[in-house]
Ligand binder design. Structure first.
Ligand SMILES: Nc1ncnc2c1ncn2[C@@H]1O[C@H](COP(=O)(O)OP(=O)(O)O)[C@@H](O)[C@H]1O
Ligand SMILES: [Mg+2]
Length: 386
């Protein structure tokens, strides 16, 4: 099975990782010959699909299915129509994406479906979150405590030429779940915890069976299924929520392959969401059963004599990475480490029978990395480094 992956940065690296674990051949297509996923994939093609549409279609016709790993609407629209011509499975749902890429539209959908979401301003009172409707990756998001700050946050959104979403600031654990739908029914898979750095960028994902109490986990699965069916999902989406004292509050849905959480889920449970998506498109069952285990997934950047934990934006600057098994005690890594290098990055995965077990491996890895590279500091806080 050859999977064409269009886009070679974070989602692209994720997709290549999932291909490796599903036993699929990965073929990454990117206009940038140095896109990091190109180095990890079994095959790569440098191609700007919008400038060379015929060549792109030729490449897609050699694949058994194509997965977009980009969020550029023009590219997604091209791929949607190109794949209809090529006549091969397209692992994407453009219609659901059009709803999910607008928080305004998805909030309307969620309100209609009765999904628990943060209360809108002004009913909720301060503090609130002000965020642009159509951006992603926490761009333009502000936490706001008073009217003066609210006006400034609105200006920030206006500068992005976007519509503001103003809603209750909810606090608690950030959790995520993936949903796969076939247009009629949808299934929600595995809950993960997403740990953010000081810029709201995700620096760590944890997958284990007790991220949420059983009752709330069941509710999250039901919310995911209802959202997938409500939107008429024909591919994969993720649902992001905050687990507050009053229960789950859904922040957003995104109908595309996410980065980070699927790899962590695959390492912890053996469930491979790309394989599930391919099977769903082909009308088959993967037959995979969730195994009990834990995984911690993290990004690091090493600069000079310090080891920092970092967000995925920082990790995306990795250059010509390799996939390594058993990297100084970590189960798996994607890294551009070379002996003596001043600056390098790594995404590492630690697995264990439970959280303590995985944390133990992580501590061992940090010690080994510091010893091997003669590092002086370990800094687990991420100031703006992008
Ligand atoms: N209502 C809210 N209350 C608290 N934090 C929020 C709220 N909305 C967003 N955030 C924070 O901002 C981050 C980005 O917001 P999100 O809605 O996920 O947009 P995107 O990821 O598309 O930029 C979230 O991960 C969360 O940490
Ligand atoms: Mg988000």
């Amino acid at each position: 099975m050859i999977i064409g992956i269009v886009g070679g940065i974070l989602q692209g690296m994720e997709a290549v990782y999932l291909c490796k674990h599903a036993g699929y051949t990965s073929l990454v297509i990117d206009k940038n010959p140095k896109a990091p996923a190109m180095y990890l994939a079994d095959r790569s093609e440098t191609c700007d699909v919008l400038k060379e549409p015929e060549r792109a279609k030729q490449i897609f016709s050699e694949c058994d299915a194509v997965l977009p790993a980009v969020e550029d609407l023009e590219v997604l629209e091209f791929l949607d129509s190109a794949m209809k011509e090529v006549g091969k499975p397209f692992l994407f749902d453009l219609e659901s994406y059009r709803t999910s890429c607008s928080k305004e539209k998805s909030n309307e959908l969620m309100a209609r479906l009765g999904t628990p979401i943060p209360q809108p301003w002004p009913e909720c009172g301060f503090p609130i979150i002000v965020k642009p409707s159509s951006q992603s990756g926490s761009i333009g998001v502000s936490a706001v405590k008073n009217e003066e700050q609210r006006l400034r946050a609105l200006e920030k959104v206006a500068k992005l030429n976007d519509t503001p979403i103003q809603q209750e600031f909810v606090s608690g654990k950030s959790v995520s779940i993936e949903v796969i739908g076939n247009g009629k029914t949808a299934k929600a898979y595995v809950t993960t915890e997403v740990v953010l750095d000081s810029n709201y960028d995700c620096k760590q994902v944890v997958c284990s069976s007790n991220i949420l109490p059983e009752k709330d986990d069941k509710e999250f699965v039901e919310i995911g299924k209802a959202l997938g069916e409500g939107i008429g999902l024909k591919a994969l989406m993720d649902v992001e929520a905050i687990y507050t004292k009053k229960g789950l509050r859904v922040l957003e849905i995104d109908a595309r392959i996410p980065s980070q959480t699927p790899a962590c889920i695959c390492a912890a449970t053996g469930i491979n969401l790309l394989e599930e998506l391919v099977c769903s498109k082909l009308g088959k069952e993967s037959g995979k059963v969730r195994k009990d285990g834990c995984a911690i997934y993290e990004h690091y950047v090493i600069r000079g004599s310090a080891l920092y934990t970092c967000g995925e934006k920082e990790f995306s600057h990795v250059e010509a990475p390799e996939y390594i098994k058993d990297f100084w005690g970590a189960d798996e890594a994607i890294t551009d480490f070379k002996t003596g290098k001043y600056e390098w990055r790594a995404t590492v995965i630690f697995t264990g029978k439970d959280y303590q077990d995985a944390v133990h491996k992580k501590k061992q890895f940090i010690k080994n990395a510091m010893d091997n590279c003669e590092l002086e500091e370990y800094i687990d806080r991420t100031p703006e480094m992008v």
